[in-house]
Design a protein around this ligand. Structure first.
Ligand code: ATR
Length: 280
């Protein structure tokens, strides 16, 4: 029996998950197919319940279903519950369990691809939406010195900062245009963009979330946007002499973690990287 896996999203034209997940199944000789399951919000519940049949291995979940899918599952893993978003559905004894591997993918990329040690580091994170929540919960499991959450809508940053006040040694919120952001950036070891600013065909295509002058030369700039590979923020960071990390590693590592949850096997990460780059 050929097992089935796939990703729920709407629309899904942009997804490269099928390319690198299929490459992983094929490389390990697992008889499974991974497809883009473009599913409208109205049809999500029915589509998810199909996973209960024996030939389904599991699924990924992306925009706009990461929050709404929770109501179609039997249980939610504690980290996914805290983040408030599910990106992976795993079957355990016939039950559908929601997981979130974005936080892992975010942290693993820093450690493995940028060789960045988080312990004692000062972090500025731009954004306060779903992607920011996964990143912040990942950071909360590391021993960072401080976190500044900078966002267009200050209230959203403040709400996330106060939610994390018990999890982090020091956490503050700031507006994207405040002078405080300039001070925080000048002291930062790591600046992260978790917004869609700079994303190809997105509403802020070609833009950077912060002014180039705010980027210190001795920091790492991490943009979780993966298309284009060279976002305006990363180009600015390079001109400023800073180190850079793009979003493709996070995408691959969150996918590798999902693959391992479904199959119980070590994901062939390098194979997945090659397929992902090829698909872009
Ligand atoms: P996701 O789940 O992908 O993170 P989201 O929950 O809609 O998406 O969050 C988007 C984030 O990007 C938010 O922090 C949003 O800022 P607001 O809280 O002010 O809405 C930010 N964002 C999106 N587009 C932006 C833009 N053009 N300029 C500044 N911030 C933007």
């Amino acid at each position: 029996m050929t097992l089935q896996a796939g990703i729920f999203g709407y629309p899904l034209g942009h997804s490269i998950s099928p390319a690198f997940q299929q490459a992983a199944f094929d490389h390990l000789g697992i008889d499974a197919t991974y497809k883009a399951w473009e599913t409208s919000p109205a049809k999500l519940g029915d589509a998810v319940s199909l996973l209960k049949s024996d030939d389904y291995l599991g699924a990924n979940v992306t925009v706009p279903h990461k929050q709404a899918v929770r109501q179609s599952l039997d249980a939610i893993d504690p980290l996914a519950e805290s983040i408030g978003a599910v990106n992976t559905i795993v079957k355990e004894n016939g039950r559908l369990i929601g997981h979130n591997t974005d936080a892992y993918g975010f942290i693993q990329s820093l450690k493995r691809e940028a060789d960045f040690q988080l312990s004692g580091k000062r972090v500025v994170l731009i954004g306060a939406g779903g992607a920011a929540r996964a990143a912040v919960y990942g950071l909360a499991q590391e021993d960072i010195a401080s976190l500044v959450i900078a966002n267009r809508t200050l209230e959203n940053a403040s709400a996330l900062a106060s939610e994390m006040s018990d999890e982090l040694a020091e956490v503050h919120a700031t507006s994207l245009h405040a002078q405080a952001l300039a001070t925080s950036c000048s002291e930062a070891d790591l600046i992260v963009n978790t917004t869609s600013i700079g994303m190809l065909h997105g509403p802020a295509d070609g833009q950077s979330p912060i002014a180039e002058g705010l980027i210190p030369s001795d920091c790492l700039v991490y943009d979780i946007v993966y298309n284009p590979e060279n976002t305006p923020l990363l180009e600015a960071a390079r001109r400023a002499g800073a180190q850079t990390l793009g979003g493709l590693p996070m995408l691959v590592h969150q996918g590798a973690a999902a693959f391992e949850l479904w199959t119980g096997q070590t994901a062939p990460v390098e194979i997945m990287f090659a397929a992902a780059r090829n698909a872009l």
